[in-house]
Design a protein around this ligand. Structure first.
Ligand code: SAM
Length: 224
């Protein structure tokens, strides 16, 4: 067994199963997807550690547990159309691609996108469409979505994302301040939405029309 395969198995046992992740499809995908290919070569040995890692442009690949928790909460069975906001390294994108029918992913930093397309092709995932845009307004032409995962922290739940959910659809989004948020799960029902708080978290900011307007503000924690 390769050292990366051993590291993946250990990551799943010690970081995911030990903390309550139970969805066998999520666990199997995380045992399989080579997370080290989504970080630069100098960081590959750290790719299976219990933390986020830098991917350039002041952005991060999320902690494995957070990727697992969010994916499990979407309850994917394999037939879903999924929207992801914040492609980043493409690791979470690949996880979603392995567990659903079609993934639409939006990233505002263009140079990330070509890299992700090339890794997805290398790994044989062809059910992903990525575009460079502001994902805080969603992807209206492709709606409705059965699941939406936002991998950046928003000051509020963007109404366009709720509009673009199918009835029965699930939206996972960190909501709160610039530096710490609560991970919320919103489910669209026939008569409205239900909202549950899952855990505290600390994502990079969602920058956009229905997010934060700049990467940093002089006035600290206030959206501008
Ligand atoms: N899940 C990703 C991974 O595994 O690599 C990590 C995503 S990183 C924490 C958040 C990403 O959201 C960054 O790449 C950032 O550029 C992107 N982002 C922030 N605001 C955005 C927006 N309005 N639309 C699209 N992407 C956005």
């Amino acid at each position: 067994m390769s050292r990366f395969q051993s590291a993946r198995n250990r990551m799943v046992e010690e970081q995911l199963i030990a903390r309550g992740i139970r969805d066998e499809r999520v666990l199997a995908a995380m045992r399989t997807i080579p997370r080290h290919l989504f970080v630069e070569e100098a960081l590959q040995e750290q790719a299976y550690g219990d933390h986020a890692l830098p991917i350039g442009e002041r952005q991060t690949i999320s902690q494995p547990f957070m990727a697992a928790l969010m994916t499990e909460a979407l309850h994917l069975s394999g037939h879903e159309r999924v929207l992801e906001i914040g492609t980043g390294s493409g690791y979470q994108t690949t996880l979603l691609a392995a567990l659903s029918a079609k993934v639409y992913s939006i990233e505002r930093i263009e140079p990330f996108i070509e890299k992700v397309r090339s890794v997805l092709k290398h790994l044989g995932y062809f059910n992903v469409e990525i575009k460079a845009a502001d994902g805080s307004i969603g992807w209206e032409e492709k709606a409705p979505f059965d699941a939406i995962l936002v991998a950046a922290g928003a000051p509020e739940v963007p109404p366009p994302l709720v509009d673009q959910l199918a009835v029965g659809g699930r939206l996972l989004i960190p909501v709160g301040g610039r530096f710490s948020q609560v991970l919320k799960k919103i489910v669209k029902t026939g008569s409205g939405v239900t909202e549950t708080a899952l855990t505290n978290c600390a994502f990079v900011p969602l920058i956009g029309a229905v997010g934060w307007q700049h990467e940093e503000t002089a006035n600290g924690d206030n959206p501008v």
